[in-house]
Design a protein around this ligand. Sequence first.
Ligand code: UGA
Length: 493
Amino acid sequence: MRITVIGTGYLGAVHAACMASIGHEVLGVDSDADKIAELAAGRVPFFEPGLADILGPSVRSGQLRFGVSYPEAGHFGEIHFICVGTPQLAGSYAADVSAVDAAVERLVPECTRDCLIVGKSTVPVGTAARLADVIEDLAPEGCSVELAWNPEFLRESTAVRDTLHPDRLVVGVASDRADAMLRMAYAPMISTGTPYIATDLSTAEMVKVSANAFLATKVSFINVIADICDVADADVVTLAEALGLDSRIGSQALAAGLGFGGGCLAKDVRALEARAAELGAADAVAFLGTIDGTNAGRRRRAIDIARMLVGGSFRDQNVAVLGVAFKPDTDDVRDSPALAVARAIDSQGASVRVHDPRAIDNARARLPHLNYVTDVEKACEGADLVLHLTEWGEYSELDPVALRAVVRNPRIFDARNVLPLDQWLAAGWTTRAFGRRFPQAKPDEVSNPVGAVGGLSPGVAGIAGVAGVAGVAGPTHARRSWCEEGGGPCGCW
Ligand code: UGA
């Protein structure tokens, strides 16, 4: 089939390359001419494992092309996938769908053949129904242009595999024709048994945001359980393993730590909360606000623990930060918990050195004043505290004995619960993690003692103040995960 992909960021570039790799003729369109020039040369302008391997050959064979022209797209495509971003609106929890609107409004008048427009962007429920009316108004005479919605579930870092071997395909369609076209587009996946669920537009929109909200709920759930483990002397890693073996629960998204970040989970939870508020679903608003508030609390709690580990103040303390990407195997630092913690600790007076295998350029672009190094040993030289904030595989291979020789004080906080801390302990390090049972530094936490509020951790106590009522009017300061004041008097961290 002849397919266009409008928007060539993480989602669109992967989708375009994967569609070409399964035999479609694909044209990727984006208004960013620099990005298009890179992609047209067969280069991927961000780090995504495996993407260059499938993109390059398709570009060279001509199966996959890139351009900036909507008239060309309108002339070319039988199916147009809309893959533009829907970030959080400034000053609100709602999603900004203006790029989706703009893509549709620019594309539809250029369509010169019968075609299907398929939204993949994550949007508030009701957006597709509204756009269907827009399309009806704008479609050129004699040209049948229809809308479908086909949410995407790929994760950064495994995006190619998730696209080519999805757990399921979900399509919201208004006609048999649209259903048939999408079945044809995804024929190779369907033929190998991928479940294909055809439903209405609203349900398809809701499946996507509900999936992200559920993943976020699991992460926030295990994080509050980690807080209880901390005070109850139980081990959250073993607990999560045992929970995950229950097939009704499943083992994924149960890694306790610094919480979720990135361009999707928090943004989608907030957008769902905002839409629920518009629709009058008060219980949903309260529930989703708690998930988001719990997550913001992880960052504050990590900073409190780090401060405790260096004796109550970051002044004159050297802190090594290992990892600033929002998760491993990506260079994406959008809403990165690790970068937020690094920034706050720096603003509270620590001398911070930051290492990341891939994300330094993006981190520097956002926070140029931090000190970035390309070598772990260099980051740890003279450190009073090592913070393990993003669980890149290479950090699990570090030699605690060798690293002990370069730091000033051997203290490590594994905020992602993956390091072999027994080995670090044996090498003479003071160790700390979230909700672990092995011997670790647990004096009263200086600024916010665990158990200070009715036996709850500071994170949980903090949430009580924002949950339930949050979200209707717009962001409350305490829940903002990326705060301009960063560690200042706002106490946002
Ligand atoms: C997420 C969803 O997983 C995808 O299904 C969805 O398509 C995508 O958002 C999207 O809407 O575009 P992604 O943001 O790439 O994908 O990352 P995840 O792997 O879900 O991780 C999100 C965050 O949660 C990361 O910061 C990660 O460190 C954190 N996390 C994840 C945990 O803290 N614990 C876990 O157990 C799992």
